[in-house]
Design a protein around this ligand. Sequence first.
Ligand SMILES: [Zn+2]
Ligand SMILES: [Zn+2]
Length: 121
Amino acid sequence: MFFFIGVTNGTSDLGSRKCGYLPCCGIYGASVEVTCVYSRLILFFIPLFRFGKRYFAACRGCGAVYEISGDDGRRIEHDLGAEIDPAKMARTHMSAHKFCPQCGTEVNPECRYCPNCGARL
Ligand SMILES: [Zn+2]
Ligand SMILES: [Zn+2]
């Protein structure tokens, strides 16, 4: 008997949510973009279930990315009006925005060279 079992990674955009406080920009009641990243177990091309869910919130102002605790993430996922508790967010080194180290221009994260000054990113 042969079983085809695989694991894929996916992301789902949960939209924007209110956040109590954003330390990166010092804003109270800011809205952040929440994304859920998960792994999915696949059996015979049928997605069985999702596991290993992680939740991230990105600041709209500076692009700083925070990881939200699993419990809070699940609460936010199912309650569209839920606010994110800043105490349950941890700042990561990731950024939704990328800036040129040479001239400071905001660049597309896919870019390898700065469109403004041509510096290597
Ligand atoms: Zn910020
Ligand atoms: Zn530049």
